[in-house]
Design a protein around this ligand. Structure first.
Ligand code: ATP
Ligand code: MG
Length: 438
């Protein structure tokens, strides 16, 4: 698993967030460095004042009152005075640029022999030495004089600003992403051979150009589809008449002519005729304009079933209850015929038609016990001129399922080709029950 998000939205948000964090830290660092010196000088000045005042007070105070003075300083200002002793255990303050600046400034103000310590005699604080005559003293100030509690507050504010910026980045990117999502959805529809409704041509100029180009492409594809159907219809129509003449001619051949040759020719002519019919059907559903009327799906199934049984084909039916639907009778019969033909030709020698309703939709299924269609190929088989065994030749045009799909869509329905439990294919067409009138 990779930690990089896959969608453009989250990638951009992540990148922006990283950029903001980096920028924020750079800014914080800059701020810290630039305010360090003035702050060091200020702190040094305060400490120097405390030391100078204490020193003057000690020098000028009445010796009898010195003890009281020291106690007052300790209680009211947190300032404690000690007399330095030789070899006392001491530790310096941490060696930071800030501390070095303060030390330098204190030595400048109080004399070069001024010392600054972190711990003396096991007591933490800020220890500053000063002299009265030859005697050395320590002033102990609370450590807070050096640290700044506000620093933590700065970090808190920084985190808040950062969180707000990330939320802002998300909103901006989501806004840019919305038209892209719409485009993706439409492109996916085209990939599945559907015609999407035009995407809205608004927003920033790049997105608008992209949307316009996309709509143009979708319209072109639709036109190419229609042109192809028109071409097929024209050619097929023109082939029909000469084909009928050839058939007539073959049938009128001398009876003594080779009977097998004649039968072969008639079979070929029938195959060609079937292909032409399929072409014409395809062209017809692409430009279908007939009016739908309220019909009983089961009645249409029965009509088709009768025709097959009349020809002695092993087709059976199991009809469930289906409400009357808005249907185009001829188109639905064509749909059923194509599915049953497939079951008989590509599937087993037997086909079963099932009708019924489930989940608020009416359905008709054609089932067989043949080799079926691999799940990953099912969607592709609904495209025109696609066949599983195209490499091996074979009689079909590859239009049958494309016609089924188009007829289903004309009725607001869907086609699903799924494996049948126990082997074979389940071709299922679902129709919405509340069909709007054309
Ligand atoms: N019931 C089925 N069992 C197995 N494979 C099937 C079945 N129905 C269709 N197929 C496969 O799907 C392909 C496409 O079917 P489609 O009906 O579109 O074309 P066709 O049957 O080859 O030609 P046409 O129907 O135009 O004469 C077929 O060539 C076949 O490989
Ligand atoms: Mg077919």
């Amino acid at each position: 698993m990779t930690l990089v998000p896959r969608s453009l939205l989250w990638r951009t948000v992540l990148l922006l967030a990283l950029l903001l964090v980096a920028g924020h830290f750079a800014w914080l660092q800059l701020f810290r460095v630039s305010e360090r010196e003035p702050r060091a000088l200020q702190v040094a000045q305060q400490i120097a004042s405390v030391v100078n005042l204490t020193r003057s007070a000690l020098i000028t105070a009445d010796p009898a009152k010195r003890i009281d003075l020291l106690r007052d300083l300790a209680q009211q200002e947190g300032v404690q005075i000690y007399i330095a002793e030789p070899n006392e255990p001491v530790e310096p303050l941490p060696d930071r640029p800030f501390v070095r600046m303060i030390t330098a400034e204190l030595q400048r103000r109080l004399g070069a022999d001024t010392r600054l310590l972190g711990t003396r005699d096991g007591m933490r604080g800020v220890w500053v030495s000063f002299r009265i005559d030859d005697e050395e003293f320590w002033v102990r100030l609370p450590r807070e004089r050096l640290e700044r509690a506000e620093q933590l507050r700065w970090i808190g504010w920084g985190v808040l600003v950062l969180a707000l910026s990330v939320v802002g980045a998300f909103l901006i990117v989501a806004r840019i992403n919305r038209p892209l999502r719409e485009l993706t959805r439409a492109a996916e529809m085209i990939g599945r051979g559907r015609t999407p409704s035009p995407v809205s041509e608004s927003g920033p100029s790049e997105i608008r150009t992209l949307a316009r180009a996309f709509n143009q492409m979708a319209a072109d594809l639709k036109r190419i589809d229609e042109d192809r159907a028109l071409l097929l219809a024209g050619v097929s129509h023109d082939l029909r008449t000469p084909l009928a003449r050839i058939r007539l001619g073959v049938e009128m051949l001398e009876p003594q002519a080779d009977a097998t040759l004649r039968e072969g020719l008639v079979q070929d002519i029938e195959d060609i005729d079937a292909v032409i019919n399929q072409f014409l059907d395809f062209a017809r559903v692409t430009n279908e304009t007939s009016i739908a009327s309220e019909l009983d799906l089961n009645e249409l199934v029965n009509a088709v079933l009768e025709r097959y049984q009349h020809q002695g084909k092993p087709v059976s039916a199991q009809l469930g209850s289906v409400p009357r639907l808005q249907l185009k009778a001829l188109a639905i019969q064509r749909l059923l015929t194509n599915l049953v033909d497939n079951a008989l030709r590509h599937g087993s020698a037997e086909a079963q038609i099932v009708t019924g309703q489930s989940g608020g939709r009416a359905f008709v299924e054609v089932l067989d016990r043949g080799p079926g269609i691999p799940v990953e190929e099912a969607e592709r088989m609904l495209q025109p001129f696609t066949r599983l065994d195209a490499a091996r030749g074979g009689a079909g045009t590859g239009l049958g399922l494309a016609i089924v799909d188009r007829i289903a869509r004309l009725h607001g329905g869907t086609v699903a080709l799924t494996p049948r439990e126990g082997g074979g294919l389940r071709a299922r067409v679902e129709f919405p029950m509340m069909q709007a009138k054309d």
